[in-house]
Design a protein around this ligand. Structure first.
Ligand code: ZN
Length: 162
C-alpha cells in the first residue's frame, strides 16, 4: 500500500511539472555561426556556450551542442595547440584530403575527407549544468571542428532544465 501511495505521488508531481507548476522545465535554443578562413580549423566555443547558458537562466539541466553540418564536429578536449596540431596530422593520415580522386563521394564535391573526419571526431557533446555552470572535468573545453570551411556554417546549442 505504501508503494502504491508513493507511485501516485510521483505521478502527480510529474504531471504538475509538465503542466505549468512552479518547477516547469525551461528550454532554450541558440545557433552559433562560423565562417572559417581555412578549410580546417578548431575553435574553442566554450565562452559562447557559457553565454548561452547565462541567457537561458537555467541552473540545473543539460546542454546539447551539435554541429548542424555533416562535415564539421563538436567535441570536448584540451585547449592546447600541440594537441590540435596532432589532431590535424592524425586525421590527415586517416582520411587525407588529397588526392580528391581517391574518394567516390568526390564526383561533384571535394569534401569526402571532411565527412570522414567529422565521423571520427563526432557530431555533438552533452554537458551537465550544475548551479548555473557547465559541470566540466579538469581541462575540458568545447570545440567546433571545421573540416570543410570557408563558408557559413552553424552549431546548435539546446539547453533544457530548470
Ligand atoms: Zn560532401
Amino acid at each position: 500500500m505504501i508503494f502504491q501511495h508513493n507511485t501516485k505521488c510521483a505521478t502527480i508531481e510529474k504531471f504538475r511539472r509538465v503542466s505549468g507548476g512552479k518547477n516547469l522545465m525551461k528550454s532554450y535554443r541558440k545557433e552559433l555561426w562560423f565562417n572559417t578562413k581555412k578549410r580546417r580549423e578548431y575553435i574553442n566555443i566554450t565562452p559562447q556556450v557559457e553565454q548561452a547558458l547565462q541567457e537561458s537562466g537555467i541552473k540545473e539541466g543539460l546542454v546539447l551542442c551539435n554541429a548542424m553540418h555533416i562535415t564539421a564536429s563538436v567535441f570536448i578536449n584540451d585547449d592546447e595547440s600541440g594537441l590540435h596540431h596532432d589532431f590535424e596530422v592524425w586525421l590527415e593520415k586517416l582520411a587525407p584530403e588529397k588526392p580528391y580522386s581517391q574518394y567516390q563521394h568526390n564526383g561533384f564535391e571535394d569534401n569526402a575527407d571532411a565527412h570522414l573526419k567529422r565521423s571520427v571526431m563526432g557530431r555533438e557533446v552533452v554537458v551537465a549544468v550544475t548551479d548555473g555552470k557547465l559541470d566540466f572535468g579538469p581541462w575540458e573545453q568545447i570545440f567546433y571542428g571545421e573540416f570543410d570551411g570557408k563558408r557559413r556554417k552553424r552549431v546548435l546549442v539546446k539547453i533544457i532544465g530548470e
